[in-house]
Design a protein around this ligand. Structure first.
Ligand code: HEC
Ligand SMILES: [Fe+2]
Length: 372
């Protein structure tokens, strides 16, 4: 292979190794946030990038060239919110797209057919990825006026978000990255049937009243405690009663439903999201970011047996006393917070912000007695 190609391939090895580093740093970031689904996904990306580097490495050696490994750049260690991390991963991936395209151009100019064929593999792989992810993403849709969003449902009403986002992305896995969190859980694996519009509708009918009851109960008790004993009594209530009250509402469903409140910025570690909840949270964050508003609910099938319904929660004025700016909180609340929740992530909110989700799980048999 000639010097120009060899240098370009060696540069690309470095880019791929750097990519691996970037994803590894993102994995570390997510692991610190206790987001295990995202962590695993980023680790997998890091492995894949290492594989890309190895392909180029082998190509050079196979042709009697000389691999020259250089220092790998240091990736940033701070990445912000999960949505920001995925945005950064996307723009990084776009940069890599450019590199591969440039490399291909060089291989053309140098009439290097083996190099062109090697690079074709990279290009094909990314295009393939993009296609599957667009298919997935577009398979979601808004359903009538109830605005239940179905994931992995193949049908009409596609919102085309995946397509729109991937336009500027060239050949690489633009849409794939954006879709990634959605692929994290088994709802999108072939073994798990997709949510049909009827099932989504039915799941919402079952779960929406229960989610509403939970919220009514919590806000009712909260308001009463605030009236009675002020912020610190209300704090005790939230701290001691929120989960028992959730169990109580569950019990009303005769043990068939399970309820949880969850958030990326959780206060109580018991409310940290699991993998499917991570996917649901990023789904809402992305909708709010892209479209300026959240869908009113979201239905997920997480396994052969389990269906989930999610309802978004927003910060109201009454919430700010315990979730707003710590500086303007009641001193007793502030003290109780630092004592009881040292790792608290749930302050600094403004009114109107997306706070998290109520999740209602139900057996698939409840939604679809025959099709389970
Ligand atoms: C008086 C203090 C107080 C007020 C007011 C308050 N919260 Fe909380 N909130 C808490 C405490 C304490 C927890 C952690 C205990 C728990 O719920 O498990 C919590 C937890 C949560 C959680 C579960 C996720 C997590 O961070 O652990 C959500 C969601 C939540 N609050 C939303 C709200 C919303 C929405 C409002 C306004 C309607 C509100 N809170 C008002 C004190 C408060
Ligand atoms: Fe790569």
């Amino acid at each position: 292979m000639n010097d120009r190609i060899q240098t370009a391939f060696n540069n690309q090895i470095n880019e791929e190794l750097f990519s691996s580093y970037v994803y590894l740093a993102m994995a570390a970031h997510f692991e610190r946030m206790n987001l295990n689904g995202f962590t695993n996904w980023m680790k997998q990306q890091a492995q894949e990038e290492l594989g890309h580097a190895m392909r180029l490495f082998d190509h050079i050696n196979r042709r009697g060239g000389r691999v020259a490994l250089r220092a790998i750049g240091e990736p940033p260690s701070e990445y912000g919110t999960p949505l920001e991390v995925f945005e950064k991963a996307l723009s990084h991936e776009q940069h890599i797209t450019g590199c591969i395209n440039d490399l291909y151009k060089i291989a053309l100019e140098e009439n290097d057919y083996p190099a062109q064929m090697e690079l074709q593999w990279f290009i094909d792989e990314q295009v393939g990825k993009r296609r599957t992810s667009e298919g997935r993403w577009n398979s979601g849709g808004w359903q009538g006026t109830t605005r239940v969003h179905f994931l992995c449902w193949t049908g009409s009403g596609a919102n085309g978000r995946g397509k729109r986002r991937s336009e500027g992305g060239g050949l690489m896995k633009t849409a794939y990255l954006l879709i990634a969190p959605v692929l994290l859980f088994s709802a999108c694996e072939p073994s798990v049937p997709e949510v049909t519009p009827e099932e989504g509708e039915r799941a919402a009918q079952i779960a929406a009243p229960v989610a509403a009851e939970l919220l009514r109960t919590l806000v009712g008790r909260l308001t009463a405690a605030l009236d009675e004993g002020g912020p610190s009594q209300a704090f005790e209530l939230c701290s001691d009663e929120a989960i028992p009250l959730t169990r109580m509402v569950e019990a009303g469903s005769e043990g068939t439903l399970s309820l949880k409140r969850t958030s990326f910025r959780y206060r109580n570690p018991a409310n940290a999201p699991d993998e499917a909840e991570e996917a649901a949270l990023i789904f809402f964050e992305r909708a709010i970011h892209d479209e300026g508003e959240a869908p009113s609910s979201f239905v997920q099938r997480v396994s052969q047996g389990e269906m989930r319904y999610y309802k978004p929660l927003f910060v109201g004025e009454v919430c700010l006393g315990c979730h707003g700016d710590p500086e303007s909180m009641d001193p007793q609340v502030r003290r109780a917070l630092s004592e009881r929740y040292p790792g608290d992530l749930a302050t600094g909110y403004e009114a109107g912000a997306f706070r998290g989700l109520v999740r209602v799980s139900m057996p698939v048999t409840m939604v679809d007695p025959e099709g389970a």
